[in-house]
Design a protein around this ligand. Structure first.
Ligand code: 5GP
Length: 184
């Protein structure tokens, strides 16, 4: 794989606003392509197959692990998530920058394999605000919310292992800053 500086990892706790920031980034810079992950979690209302995720059952996911079809994969709050290898390779060959929106363990795997990749951690303004955002989203049951909040503490404690840690106070500002980091 050439052009490894074009691999960008965006990580941050559930509820930090990665999705909203990414929408802004993609709208502002057409040379950035967002990788679509595979997951075993149930689709949320409005989520579409092949657009938000490839929704797989555990059997299929594990089969893909066996066949080495993931660039990285990890478990998060009781489900599997992974980045399909083939599409990332294809987009990098096309000259696009590939953005991976993944959790901490996957981010570590990518950084190890591709030290030239750019890793960015998105921090919430504070933990109270993070909890408010997860709850307001209304997409998870209490048990899943608890898992995500405890995982958030662990993830935030790993934020200093990233090239950059940015606080997401304002979506537009954060998106602009990330594009600057990608373009320099
Ligand atoms: P959600 O269920 O909220 O869509 O995602 C849960 C977590 O999994 C988020 O932190 C998200 O960044 C992460 N995630 C999504 N896709 C992948 C992936 O392909 N690999 C890894 N390691 N994490 C992922």
């Amino acid at each position: 794989m050439k052009n490894l500086k074009k691999l960008i990892i965006l990580t941050g706790p559930s509820g930090v606003g990665k999705g909203t920031v990414i929408k802004e980034i993609l709208a502002k810079d057409k040379n950035i392509w967002l990788s679509i992950s595979a997951t075993t979690r149930e689709p949320r209302e409005g989520e579409k197959e092949g657009e938000n995720y490839y929704f797989l059952n555990q059997e299929k996911f594990k089969e893909m692990i066996k066949q080495n079809l993931f660039l990285e994969w990890a478990q998060f709050a009781g489900n599997y998530y992974g980045t399909p290898l083939s599409s990332v390779n294809a987009k990098i060959k096309q000259g696009l920058s590939v953005l991976l929106e993944i959790e901490v363990e996957g981010a570590k795997q990518i950084k190890e394999k591709f030290p030239n990749s750019l890793s960015i951690f998105l921090l919430p303004p504070n933990k109270k605000e993070l909890e408010r955002r997860i709850r307001n989203r209304g997409t998870e049951k209490e048990e899943a919310i608890k898992k995500r909040l405890s995982r958030a503490n662990y993830e935030i404690s790993a934020s200093d292992e990233f090239d950059f840690a940015l606080t997401n106070n304002d979506v537009d500002e954060t998106a602009k800053r990330i594009i600057e980091l990608i373009q320099t």
